[in-house]
Ligand binder design. Sequence first.
Ligand SMILES: CC(C)(COP(=O)(O)OP(=O)(O)OC[C@H]1O[C@@H](n2cnc3c(N)ncnc32)[C@H](O)[C@@H]1OP(=O)(O)O)[C@@H](O)C(=O)NCCC(=O)NCCS
Length: 158
Amino acid sequence: MERDNAVTTYAEDIIREMREDDLIDILEIENRSFISPWMRRTFEETIESPISTNSVIEINSEILGYIMLYSVEDEAHIMNLAVHPDYRGRGYASKLITRTVSCFVGKNVSEFFLEVREGNINAQRLYTKFGFKGIGKRKRYYTETNEDALLMKLSLHQ
Ligand SMILES: CC(C)(COP(=O)(O)OP(=O)(O)OC[C@H]1O[C@@H](n2cnc3c(N)ncnc32)[C@H](O)[C@@H]1OP(=O)(O)O)[C@@H](O)C(=O)NCCC(=O)NCCS
């Protein structure tokens, strides 16, 4: 009997800097992820900002998710994070956070902040897994639904 010597190779995901020509794919993910999605202009302004760090995770040139942060001195603020609905639950957000946090550690950033909807339990679980802790609430932060935001913080040097 002949042996099947075919080798199946699986593409590796890569994390790289976000570019403006990614925005069509990113806006599709954004619109499918949020009640009040960012507009294209907000993405463009954030990419152009000298204090932002913006990364995408992709496989075979297909964008699966992205993360965007602002950082000043030793603090960074996660402004946006989403994974394509078809690719959730596979660890891609975790990879984005792990890589981003480790990059910032090299730049002496020691505190990360973010706001998350009180009702967004999946995202809160994700952040808690990485050591983020709830440190307060921003009342009616999400104006379109009047929902409160939970303010979360990760301190690398406790
Ligand atoms: C939140 C989000 C980014 C998670 O992305 P993801 O790639 O699916 O996350 P991961 O696969 O890395 O999951 C990591 C952890 O998050 C939590 N989590 C993510 N999705 C979850 C779900 N559907 N149910 C329960 N926990 C979930 C779990 O703790 C999980 O760890 P585990 O797999 O060990 O249980 C994604 O669901 C998303 O894009 N949601 C819409 C946008 C959004 O809410 N962004 C965050 C705004 S603050």
